[in-house]
Design a protein around this ligand. Structure first.
Ligand SMILES: [Zn+2]
Length: 497
């Protein structure tokens, strides 16, 4: 029936004409028509295929781009999707799905009660933020809240450890591993997408390959994916890549190396070693990367990361909120102390570290294995601009203006590739039967506006965004409806196409 008139009666809920269609596969765009029925794409074809008046709502895009909604492959949005469900920083960029629970940090399944969450769990909020012992509880809260974007959720190894272990400074015992595997099973049975580690962070660092692989294997049996913020992104990066590949091979699980970088001035240029190594490994086992399009990283303010070899800016500070947005070196000189002492006085705090080389950033972004993930920190008072600017920056700056790759490749890295890696069936592509997660944008105008000085800025060139067939965001008006839910995995909440 698709594409035919039904006695002159509209048989599609919505119809786009004259759309420059990027289908998410990385192929050249083409001018055509896309029809939506309910929450699915019903028809895709070249211009002139669909007869007049077959759509209840018809829209002539006059050559504007229509792409699958962007999938943010790396986020810490676990809590913000509940507390600020409009998700403006994301949907205003064209993002329709966020992958939460990265870097070993997830809301599920740990509860802290009267205790304060230890870092890095503080990235998601204080102890009140943590109220979900089971994934089923979290999933039903997300679905009831109905954020503007879909949520694919990883379960963090630090959260699993804090929920089950007497002493997280040790390797887990066999019975603790068994307890974590039981929690893994509950999560996967109720729609989680996989597991993450943050071996760099104290809550996760005592876990060895055996512990991680035992737990990851349980996720693998249930169809899960494994994402890792590796133990070391500085001098020992190659050893960390070896550890990652060995762990994933042991667990027989597809792995994503999170926010791949070679951090620290003396490691600049070393993506010439890391990328060939990872690309070679990808011939034997499923491995991918995620990356954000900036040469600065951001996490909480950690003494180990304080240095005078690259600039450090303060994203937030509990005792000194007036210092947010300022350079640590200026604060130190104003206080007449050294950098470490200034950092100590500012803590607890968050920081932005200018620890990468631009040439490395470009090489990583351009790798065929790399997906785009913002790693934005939505709770920071003065966040890294990646929170509001990542996706338009990759398309407008790196693809269109710098020619690092084509616009269709940029879009593939944030749609089709990401959906395949995270097994988000029916997402990330424009084809009949897929979910109608769509973004309308102007390829000649799209660009990020958020900067390190002014990070809370809408991007330009994004016009409207659809989630599960519902028009959800209109530029200049904001969020008009919300239709997001838990997606991916064996989600009982989301039947696949
Ligand atoms: Zn991380």
């Amino acid at each position: 029936m698709t594409g035919e008139t039904n006695g002159g009666i509209a048989n599609y809920d919505r119809l786009f004409r004259n759309a420059l269609i990027f289908d998410g596969s990385g192929k050249e765009p083409f001018l055509g028509e896309v029809a939506i029925t309910g929450e699915r794409i019903a028809f895709v074809g070249p211009t002139g295929t669909i007869a007049p008046n077959t759509g209840a709502a018809e829209e002539d895009l006059a050559g504007l781009a229509l792409a699958p909604g962007f999938i943010d492959s790396h986020t810490h949005d676990d809590r913000i999707v509940l507390d600020e469900p409009d998700m403006l920083p994301k949907i205003s960029q064209g993002v329709t799905t966020v992958v939460v629970g990265n870097c070993g940090i997830s809301l599920v399944p740990v509860v802290f009660g009267d205790r304060a969450p230890p870092p890095p769990m503080t990235l998601l909020g204080d102890s009140q933020a943590y109220e979900f012992r089971t994934f089923a509880d979290y999933a039903s809260r997300v679905n009831r809240t109905r954020p503007s974007v879909n949520v694919a959720a990883l379960i963090g190894h630090s959260a699993l450890r804090l929920a089950t272990m007497a002493d997280i400074d040790k390797r887990a015992s066999d019975s603790e591993i068994a307890a974590m595997c039981a929690l893994a099973e509950e999560a996967m049975d109720n729609g989680a997408t996989g597991m993450s580690t943050g071996l760099f962070y104290p809550a996760n660092a005592a876990a060895d390959i055996g512990e991680v692989a035992s737990i990851a294997a349980r996720f693998a049996q249930k169809g899960g994916v494994y994402a890792t913020h590796m133990r070391d992104e500085f001098d020992d990066i190659l050893a960390s890549i070896d550890e990652t590949l060995e762990t994933a091979a042991k667990a027989d699980i597809p792995v994503v190396i999170s926010h791949h970088k070679c951090a620290g001035v003396n490691n600049w240029g070393r993506t010439r070693e890391t990328l060939p190594k990872i690309e070679q490994a990808s011939d034997h086992q499923p491995v991918n990367l995620d990356a954000y399009p900036y040469s600065a990283g951001s996490t909480y303010l950690r003494a180990e990361l304080v240095t005078d070899t690259y600039p450090i800016h303060i994203a937030w500070s509990q005792p000194h909120p007036d210092m947010q947005g300022r350079a640590l070196i200026d604060i130190a000189s104003e206080w007449n102390v050294d950098l470490l002492e200034a950092a100590r006085r500012l803590q607890p705090a968050g920081a932005i570290y200018f620890q990468m080389d631009e040439a490395d950033v470009r090489r990583v972004l351009a790798s065929r294995l790399t997906m785009i993930g913002s790693d934005g920190l939505p709770h920071d008072a003065h966040p890294h601009p990646r929170l509001w600017g990542t996706f338009p920056r990759v398309i407008g700056h790196y693809a269109r203006d710098e020619g690092l790759f084509t616009i269709q490749t940029a879009i593939h890295k944030m749609t089709g590739l990401t959906a395949r890696v995270f097994r988000l069936r029916g997402r990330g592509e424009i084809r009949a039967g897929a979910f109608a997660d769509l973004v309308v944008f102007d390829p000649s105008r799209i660009i990020d506006k958020a900067t390190y000085d002014k990070p809370l800025q809408y991007s330009e060139g994004i016009y409207s965004v659809f989630v599960n067939g519902v028009r959800s965001y209109i530029a200049g008006r904001g969020v008009v409806q919300r239709a997001g839910r838990i997606v991916g995995g064996n989600s009982p909440h989301d039947s696949a196409a």
